[in-house]
Design a protein around this ligand. Structure first.
Ligand code: AP5
Ligand code: ZN
Length: 216
């Protein structure tokens, strides 16, 4: 399976991607997780990216395209079983570059699924989110609490709040989404690979609709 998950911050991209991985064996490529890994490793790119991410802006197309190109052309799981792109592409130039890359690899994109949620719902999702930094697994204080308070279900390691998960940064992230990312919806509609899903429903219903729109 080769697909893109599109949606505003808190839409459920990172929540649904593991379901797709379990079902299809595809690789979950989250550019947000990749950038956060750079931040925790203390690389120069991480330091640069953190400033932008904490303010809710977008890292440059050049850097992001380079990261994805590297993964798609060297990651054996992507080549064998496909990929779930989460957080990329985020601009029209990124979408165009992705098409070029996949054309060169002779593995075109099969589906672009948009998780649709109104902005008002996203504030509580984002401000209540907890993550396990090493795996990217996410929980929610109320909607999806971990089994043990503030601990990851799988490893028992501590959960943290993302530094960009505050109301102020969220406003900017939503703004970036509507201005720079939403235009890619039309881009994929024109290519006839788009499907839209009501992602305000509970996670199980959202998952059911994703499976339906993929034709399973
Ligand atoms: P990124 O990490 O991609 O953040 P984002 O797009 O803002 O998306 P989120 O991770 O916040 O949302 P999600 O849809 O994954 O929600 P989740 O499933 O966790 O990017 C971070 C930053 O990196 C960007 O701002 C940018 O600076 C930079 N960046 C990344 N990629 C880039 C690119 N390509 N170009 C340039 N810059 C880039 O769910 C949220 C919460 O809600 C969780 O607590 C969850 O438990 C809960 N939840 C999920 N589904 C439901 C449901 N159905 N009902 C109730 N609760 C739910
Ligand atoms: Zn995410």
């Amino acid at each position: 399976l080769r697909m893109v998950l599109i949606g505003p911050p808190g839409a459920g991209k990172g929540t649904q991607a593991p379901n797709l991985v379990n079902k299809f064996g595809a690789y979950h490529l989250s550019t947000g997780d990749m950038l956060r890994a750079q931040v925790s490793q203390g690389t120069p790119l991480g330091a640069e990216a953190k400033k932008i991410m904490d303010k809710g802006g977008l890292v440059s197309d050049e850097i992001m395209v380079g990261m994805i190109k590297n993964e798609l052309s060297t990651n054996p799981v992507c080549q064998k079983s496909g990929f779930i792109l989460d957080g990329f592409p985020r601009t029209i130039p990124q979408a165009e570059k992705l098409d070029e890359m996949l054309q060169d690899l002779k593995t075109p994109l099969q589906k672009a699924v948009e998780l649709k949620v109104d902005d008002e719902l996203l504030v509580s999702r984002i401000t209540g989110r907890l993550i396990h930094p090493a795996s990217g697994r996410s929980y929610h204080k109320m909607f999806n609490p971990p089994k043990q308070d503030m601990k990851d279900d799988v490893t028992g390691e501590p959960l943290i709040q993302r530094s960009d998960d505050n109301a102020e940064a969220l406003k900017k992230r939503l703004d970036s989404y509507h201005k720079q990312t939403e235009p890619i919806v039309d881009y994929y509609k024109k290519k006839n690979i788009w499907a839209g899903i009501d992602a305000a429903q509970n996670p199980t219903k959202v998952w059911g609709d994703i499976i339906k729109c993929l034709g399973f």
